[in-house]
Design a protein around this ligand. Sequence first.
Ligand code: HMG
Length: 404
Amino acid sequence: MPADRPIGIHDLSFSTTSLVLTHAELAAHTGAALGKYHHGIGQKEMSVPAVDEDIVTMAADAAAPIIERHGAGRIRTVLFATETSIDQSKAAGVYVHSLLGLPPNVRVVELKQACYGATAALQFATALVHRDPTQHVLVFAADIARYELDTPGEATQGAAAAAMLITAEPALVEINAPSGLFTHDVMDFWRPNHRTTALVDGKKSLTAYLTALAGAWHDHRAHHGPPIEEIHTVCYHQPFTRMAHKAHRHLLETAGTPADTATIEHAVAPTIRYNEIIGNSYTASLYLALAALLEEDDKLDGRTLGFFSYGSGSVAEFFTGQVTPGYRTALRTRAHREAIARRSPIDYDTYRRLHTQPPHTDGGRHALPHRTRGRYRLAEIHDHQRIYEPAPTRGETHPATEGP
Ligand code: HMG
């Protein structure tokens, strides 16, 4: 039998794209009041991928510092969660495995269930480590959120990848065993295989999210998960950050401890720093909320955190974790802030041009210009194959906004 040791998130690193569109720039063209974006939905900026960036380049960029710190020798499994898949057959994680130079004796698979996929990956990873606590599992959550231009969803786009190393004796957060689960067949948000943008029933999606939150919470309590009074802060999936406020209000009411607006604002504030300037990153969003919280609050030693993961369609999970004493020494605050600061602002016309660029589907050779500021790039698409490479080092000047 394996030893009964704590298992959870040992390292957490994220990356985003090299371009950013501000909501002020977006509002100037959509005619929306800026207050609607900044306060009504709680978004200030959103990451936009350059032509040589995708889920693979972001994921490799996020994980490279983890491999540098811990080595790759104990990684036996790579789980890649995404709903922005680049291939119907080959797992995106296989490209990342190659870019990072991971050893061949590793299993790599891709998981999908909208924004929930990474939480399934995290739970599967803890089970694998429980079976053999000497092994490490590398979990990815990587997505690019894309809606049609000129739709209400447009203001809730974004992109990022989170990489997490799941181990025994984790340095950041131990994942607790009781979980609350909820699945309900609902058409609130979906993307058929032939589409590059999501379809959504916005209002229905808000209700579906809150219904799933209550359902997962009740199941969490039924499985002896801790009561609300014992949970210090809850990290929510944040398709837009105002959703976390709505969710927290709903959870407190469901748990029988309603609170005023100021209390809710205060509780949610430390979890939204990254999501409000990156936008919806689907699978990664919940784990960006965790990164923000751990970096913002230096008094979490031993505290119980709550996590609510929601994936449209829908599957949801409420679970908890214990913050490891001394967690601050394992954080990557500077690197995360640099990843955000290195983004180049683009104007509305550039955003629109990038958004409407057709995918390369003719099987010809399409060399892509070097635009990313990350460590890896999509160099070309040739014969329907995606060719990735480490990005050459570039000087201070950055033609990220030159097109296409
Ligand atoms: P909308 O119609 O553009 O916005 O859609 P609205 O008219 O409902 O306004 C939004 C809020 O802004 C309202 O506040 C307004 O009052 C306020 P609320 O009533 O909600 O409290 N407002 C203002 N506030 C201040 N100053 C002003 C002002 N004007 C208005 N001047 C919607 C918004 C979120 C529906 C849209 O953006 C959308 O469809 N987004 C995509 C769907 C989505 O994010 N759903 C979230 C739940 S589903 C989910 O989380 C899963 C997902 O991540 C996908 C996956 O799982 O893979 C999406």
